[in-house]
Design a binder for this molecule. Structure first.
Ligand SMILES: NC(=O)c1ccc[n+]([C@@H]2O[C@H](COP(=O)([O-])OP(=O)(O)OC[C@H]3O[C@@H](n4cnc5c(N)ncnc54)[C@H](OP(=O)(O)O)[C@@H]3O)[C@@H](O)[C@H]2O)c1
Length: 212
């Protein structure tokens, strides 16, 4: 498949790029600077385009089967840029004639009980709250885009470096946790699930997640 990826230099994005490339997909990494690219992007086509330039983004995305995003606000950037970027991605996808949009989301918007999102629980860490609330706003932006086949793919509550187990669970809407109550996924397994979703859409116009 032809995959255009925003945020491809990030901790999650570079792993998505690597996984997709290793599976034989053509990946266009849309980066704001090509000065120092991670090794994971070897084999990707690199296009420099800023997220503040909708026309350039649409031009970079045109011709791809899917526009994917692992955007995250850089240090010093307001968390609510996540929702702004959601709107930018949607506009670019429409302008480029791409129906399929898959974005890394936030676990805070997953339900821990019917009608109760993780971010609204009393123990949710204060430090992550601005990002979780920003992702919730981004989710609303995607939910309003009913002309597109979007997926808001949230990691488990914890994501980080680790092994590629190749086995994990996925679900729509609800936080997944193991028998000990831990909601975790490694970067490589998250990326595997994300690329699975690109290849075989299961969660169109839904928030979904992956965890062990
Ligand atoms: N459990 C959870 O819910 C959970 C956990 C972790 C992360 N996340 C979410 O996952 C996403 C990715 O996280 P991450 O840890 O991979 O983030 P990261 O390492 O900080 O990567 C962020 C990516 O966004 C890009 N970016 C930032 N500002 C940009 C701009 N103005 N224009 C173009 N690109 C820009 C960065 O590019 P540069 O390299 O050019 O800066 C980088 O590729 C975030 O939205 C984060 O909130 C969720």
């Amino acid at each position: 498949m032809q995959i255009a990826l925003v945020g491809a230099t990030g901790k999650i994005g570079r792993q998505i790029a690597r996984t997709a490339l290793d599976r034989g997909h053509a990946v266009t990494a849309i980066v704001r600077s090509d000065a120092a690219l991670p090794a994971e992007l070897d084999g990707a086509r690199i296009v420099v385009a800023g997220l503040d330039d909708g026309q350039a983004l649409a031009a970079a995305a045109r011709g791809h089967d899917v526009l994917a995003s692992a955007y995250g606000p850089a240090p010093g950037t307001p968390a609510d840029s996540v929702a702004t970027v959601a709107g930018t991605l949607i506009a670019a996808a429409r302008a480029a004639g791409i129906r399929r949009l898959v974005a890394v989301g936030g676990a805070g918007s997953l339900e821990v009980a019917p009608g109760l999102q993780l971010v609204d629980t009393p123990d949710f860490p204060e430090a992550y709250k601005p990002y979780a609330l920003a992702h919730r706003e981004a989710l609303k932006v995607f939910q309003a885009a009913d002309d597109l086949d979007w997926t808001f793919y949230s990691p488990a509550a914890e994501i980080g470096p680790g092994e590629a187990r190749g086995t994990f669970r996925t679900a729509a809407r609800t936080l997944l946790a193991d028998a000990q109550g831990h909601s975790r996924i490694s970067y490589p397994d998250y990326a595997a699930a994300f690329v699975d979703e690109i290849e075989r859409p299961q969660f169109v116009r839904q928030i979904a997640t992956v965890a062990y």
